[in-house]
Ligand binder design. Sequence first.
Ligand code: BTN
Length: 239
Amino acid sequence: MRITRFEQITSTNDEARNHQYSHGDIITAEFQTNGRGQRGNRWSSRVGENLMLSLVLEPTFLHATRQFLLSEAVALGLVDTLAEFGIGARIKWTNDIYVGDRKICGVLIEHDLRGAHLARTIVGIGLNVNQVEFDPALPNPTSMRLIAEREFDREEVLQTLARKIMERYAQLAEGASEQLQSDYHALIYRRDEVHTYRLPDGTPFEGTIRCVEADGTLIVEHTDGSEQGYLFKQIEFVI
Ligand code: BTN
């Protein structure tokens, strides 16, 4: 594992595409001029307060149809990291990390395929560590410092995060996908609770998350007892 550190860069995920980086390498930045989030959103973070990084993985053993398992392994590694620092977190499908009803960490995973298998995966992570003031336009942010009421050594958090994600990755590589599945299931945010969700056309509805299938489909039980599967972008949480 090599860590390459930048003061300023467009996006660590863009830098990680460079083939000078290989499996286990990490790129960090203090500031991104074009930080990218999920659903085409931007990701911004105060200079010197948080962690913004990309981890390069080469999961060539993983069939493309099983790529959600990698997402689960990363999310679990992040929850394990926070647990190491005394913070109990959950996974908001698909892989946002939440403490209570607030987002502490976002993940942007980008895959390159070779044939039917994954060749290279870039795991972009934005973890709020010591930031205490956020843009009021952000819906529900929090940070390790806000939760634990103390400052954290970002280098220690980075080293722990790298170790914990690689431990979960090793589980995946060793074929322990059922363990990953059940650990992920146990940590699903809002599982087995009735909450409001929204369809892409804006229609709200009440439902209960029951589980996430191995391919990443979210299973929600409707008030009439019927269950329906939703894919990414087919359902929005109302928080
Ligand atoms: C999300 O929308 O929740 C995902 C946010 C991911 C942000 C990280 S910061 C490091 C890496 N580089 C990027 O441009 N994005 C990811």
